[in-house]
Design a protein around this ligand. Structure first.
Ligand SMILES: NC(=O)c1ccc[n+]([C@@H]2O[C@H](COP(=O)([O-])OP(=O)(O)OC[C@H]3O[C@@H](n4cnc5c(N)ncnc54)[C@H](OP(=O)(O)O)[C@@H]3O)[C@@H](O)[C@H]2O)c1
Length: 310
């Protein structure tokens, strides 16, 4: 699977002096990025941006159209707010870390401005979707790196892995590793990193959707307590899995898009894709928990699933 060991918390190569390539937004594949445009500073993007900022790289972001929450995160992470044209003139790497359903639009906005540097899509998208973005990059004369992030936002004791693939992955990987963020270039095809992310999340997030649905089903028939008692005997990790599922409910609005990407990935591999189409529907029904300050109670999950179902 991997062609090199993880560069856990390794320091990046020291950023070189800005080159003419940086001034024109064109990086030769071997150039070390000094200025990165991060699209956008969400929970994960801001944490990754902070790691890169800690490496001495200048990390830019686009305040236009973003919420006050993104603004707060960007400021706390030491990111530099700017506009798209200025950023593309300066940055030799654009890193897309946004909701999966927005990945293609975000990429198109960059390439329609004639950007010809390195473009990293680190989103939870199917290998086919990633290949479409690679095609946009290629038509624009840019270089594409496929990426996938596994693990929580790297802050405090939390660590994440950024997997990269494609012809520029091996040289970029050591330059983007920092405190809490390890990077690894995967051997094989262009979109291996996305494939790995899809396979990982298929189980991790797909199973959480199934668990929520099972709770709702048992509740509908009045057997939820009996089921939990049985689980305590035979599935002792069910209680902890349920707790995690509740904690993650505020992310359901974003996970439904990820489930559709996973379903597409299964479908393209000739495998059954229905599990994750249904998981997407579960997360659609839980989308109302977006921005909830506290995890909802199980009864809230059950009610949301059942209400939307009629
Ligand atoms: N969070 C995690 O634990 C985690 C773990 C592994 C991988 N990832 C990956 O990281 C990526 C981003 O996740 P995240 O947790 O950072 O998400 P997030 O916290 O929801 O943030 C998403 C960012 O994208 C912006 N955004 C929202 N809708 C958009 C749209 N339609 N077009 C363009 N930008 C939009 C948001 O801006 P506004 O809200 O200000 O509009 C925000 O800055 C995903 O691909 C995910 O799979 C996340």
């Amino acid at each position: 699977m991997a062609d090199s060991p993880p560069a856990d918390n390794a320091a990046a190569a020291p950023p070189g002096a800005p080159t003419t390539a940086a001034a024109t937004g064109r990086a030769g594949p071997g150039a070390s990025p000094t200025d990165i445009l991060l699209l956008h500073p969400g929970a994960m993007g801001s944490a990754v941006g902070e790691v890169w900022h800690g490496l001495g790289l200048r990390v830019h972001w686009l305040p236009e159209g973003r919420s006050a929450a993104s603004s707060r995160r960007a400021e706390a992470a030491g990111l530099l707010g700017t506009d798209l044209d200025t950023a593309l003139g300066r940055c030799t790497l654009v890193a897309s870390i946004c909701p999966p359903h927005a990945a293609l639009t975000v990429a198109a906005q960059v390439f329609e401005r004639g950007y010809r540097g390195l473009y990293l899509d680190a989103n939870a998208i199917s290998p086919q979707a990633s290949a479409s973005i690679a095609e946009l990059a290629s038509r624009a004369g840019a270089q594409y790196v496929d990426g996938g992030i596994i693990g929580p936002p790297p802050r405090g004791n939390a660590t994440a892995r950024l997997y990269l693939s494609g012809p520029h992955a091996a040289e970029l990987a050591p330059r983007l590793a920092g405190a809490g963020l390890s990077t690894q270039a995967l051997a094989g095809g262009l979109c291996q990193a996305s494939a790995l992310k899809m396979a990982f999340a298929a189980w991790n997030k797909g199973a959480q959707a199934l668990l929520a649905d099972v709770h709702a089903l048992a509740d509908t028939h009045g057997v939820r307590e009996a089921l939990e008692a049985e689980w305590a005997l035979l599935e002792p990790d069910a209680a902890e899995r349920t707790r995690r599922m509740l904690t993650n409910a505020p992310k359901a609005w974003r996970w439904s898009g990820e489930m559709r990407e996973i379903a597409d990935t299964f479908g393209a591999a000739g495998l059954p894709e229905g599990f994750h189409r249904a998981a997407a529907e579960v997360y659609d029904r839980l989308a109302g928990f977006k921005d909830a300050a506290e995890p909802p109670p199980l009864a809230g999950i059950v009610a949301a699933l059942r209400r939307a179902g009629g």
